[in-house]
Design a protein around this ligand. Structure first.
Ligand code: AMP
Ligand code: MG
Length: 551
């Protein structure tokens, strides 16, 4: 089979029928089974009754791959030879559509910052096709930034290098941290320039265009269900729910025929549980999503759509990296668990026409609180090195800890790594007990007042006594804690340093960061600089402490 040529230069290169990518097999069930927009075009339009619109990526001027995730390539069964090929470069940048692909933009709606926004859809994401992997699974390949779709509204469908680096690196970092997430196969430059007003302050400038190839079983969002429900498109809603359950939650599909209202409730329950688990992970590693609109929440419970996200450096539950949200701070770190529940309630409303039983849906959403609390307690027990959570003893310790962490600027990541080194033996002096934590404080001279030092000493005494009741040795506790408390996270300033270099043509720091983040729990000699707390210059720099949606 031949290629569909989108880019003139590919024409010269393609060896018809002999391509190294010929062996790739696609099984496009989403487009095969769900209703398509009868008007496939990338001109903006409403698409009632459709769940997707077929659309092709836009060719680019001079595609160039900057980085590839070896782990994702392996997951997909791509060989080194394939990844190194010109065809791969062209396919990953929208310049070549491979045989078997069936590219499309998904139609969905969403609640943005608490308000219903109507039809949104993939405005700058184009799903290429569902690749069959060596283990017989299917993974959707999706290009972000490969041109306009019918859902682009007034925007250009493109992405710039800085935001693409951030998405590429963070999705892989999250995976290695053990957080459920979509993946990233490749990061490429398009060779085109893209106009962006980064701070929305009337200073537009040209920036290098880029494309990330994202990978996940699917990119179905809460908003994918909300839109047909809001339009009264109940057949389409049912088709999407049935498809999602049959393909991705097969254990819930009834043995003896079609789904019943109970099946949809069980499905909803499962999404409630997965979403709670995902957010527990975010709170564990200090990740702030930044734009938890319902169109950015995956039905699979994966972290999706890395935009103006950020990592907590000094522990501040009121922090959000997103400048668009700086007044209401709806999506601040400490609000993520509650927003997860709010978003799930919107999903429950969307599923109502299939269930028609408010009590059953209410019971499911009420379960969120328990799922989250239990998950959070287990997670905190792990972070603190306890054998198991004991609410009577541990709740007050946790509350005081969260207050102390905010009382003086304390680096969350370094704090938990330091705590693993604290001796819990009896008779250790207060100063010795505290010493491993000193490095976590940003301004100890000014902020670590005598009163605060006394509170820390008391807390550490209580903590040590609590650990001793478990009988865990200092060594065992350190090993256990260091397996859940990362040393290396995608600190905002680290990503920015990599971006600065890349924009100047040197992509080595992106590669290096990708490699550091492969082993976030293990000390890597020679790479100490990646574990350092935010330097002073990064405190207020754009890209380090604040980000806009203009990506
Ligand atoms: P986000 O907040 O990035 O999840 O985007 C919200 C909506 O805006 C989605 O429908 C996106 O597809 C769309 N969107 C964001 N940026 C662009 C862009 N540059 N071109 C077209 N659509 C976009
Ligand atoms: Mg989005």
């Amino acid at each position: 089979m031949g290629y569909q040529i989108l880019h003139k230069s590919s024409w010269d290169r393609v060896d018809w029928g002999m391509s190294v990518l010929d062996s790739l097999e696609f099984d496009n069930r989403f487009t095969a089974e769900l209703p398509a927009d009868p008007h496939p075009s990338n001109v903006p339009h409403q698409a009632p009754g459709a769940l997707f619109t077929r659309v092709e990526p836009t060719p680019t001027a001079a595609p160039e791959i900057i980085a590839v995730s070896d782990e994702v390539a392996e997951l997909l069964g791509l060989s080194a030879e394939q990844v190194a090929s010109d065809e791969f470069r062209d396919a990953m940048t929208g310049n070549l559509v491979l045989p078997g692909m069936d590219s499309f933009a998904m139609r969905y709606g969403g609640h943005q910052f608490g308000n219903w926004a109507g039809q949104l859809g993939d405005g700058r994401a184009i799903n290429l096709g569902e690749l069959v992997t060596p283990d017989g699974q299917r993974q959707m390949l999706q290009l972000k930034g490969a041109g306009r779709t019918s859902y682009s509204r007034t925007a250009d469908g493109l992405a710039v290098l800085r935001s693409s680096i951030r998405e590429f690196l963070c999705s892989e970092a999250m995976f290695h941290l053990g957080v459920p997430t979509t993946r990233a196969l490749s990061l490429s430059l398009t060779g085109d320039q893209v106009m962006r007003d980064m701070l929305y302050d009337g200073h537009p400038a040209l920036e290098p265009g880029a494309v990330v190839c994202r990978v996940a079983p699917n990119f179905i969002r809460f908003g994918s269900f909300e839109l047909p429900a809001s339009m009264g498109e109940i057949d389409e809603l049912r088709a999407l729910a049935n498809f999602t359950i049959r393909e991705y939650f097969p254990e819930l599909w009834p043995d003896d025929g079609e789904p019943t209202p109970d099946t949809y409730v069980a499905f909803y329950n499962e999404v409630v549980k997965r979403t709670a688990e995902m957010i527990v992970h975010w709170q564990r590693v200090g990740f702030v999503h930044g734009v938890m609109n319902t169109d950015n929440l995956s039905i699979l419970g994966l972290t999706i759509d890395y935009g103006p996200y950020g990592w907590l450096e000094d522990y501040d539950p009121n922090w959000t990296p997103n400048t668009t949200d700086k007044h209401g701070k709806r999506y601040r770190f400490g609000n993520q668990p509650g927003i997860g529940q709010w978003n799930l309630a919107q999903l429950g409303n969307a599923l109502y026409p299939l269930v028609e039983d408010t009590d059953a849906l209410q019971a499911a959403i009420d379960g969120y609180v328990d799922h989250f609390r239990n998950g959070h307690q287990d997670m905190m027990a792990d972070k603190l090195g306890f054998a198991a959570w004991d609410t009577d003893r541990d709740e007050s310790l946790m509350v005081e800890l969260f207050e102390l962490l905010q009382a003086a600027e304390t680096d969350m990541t370094l704090f938990y790594r330091g705590l693993a080194d604290v001796s819990t033996d009896e008779g250790v002096s207060a100063a010795d007990r505290f010493a491993p934590l000193l490095d976590a404080f940003y301004v100890p001279d000014e902020q670590l007042t005598e009163d605060l030092q006394v509170r820390w000493n008391d807390w550490l005494d209580a903590y040590a006594a609590r650990v001793r009741t478990d009988g865990t040795s200092n060594n065992d506790r350190r090993t256990a804690m260091n397996s859940v408390n990362p040393l290396y996270v995608m600190r905002n300033y680290l990503a920015q340093l990599a971006i600065d270099k890349s924009e100047a043509g040197d992509h080595s720091e992106v590669i290096e960061l990708l490699d550091v983040m492969r082993n976030p729990y293990t000390e890597q000699p020679g790479r100490e600089r990646f574990a350092e707390k935010r330097p002073d210059w990064a405190r207020t720099r754009v890209g380090c402490s604040m980000l806009s949606c203009s990506s």
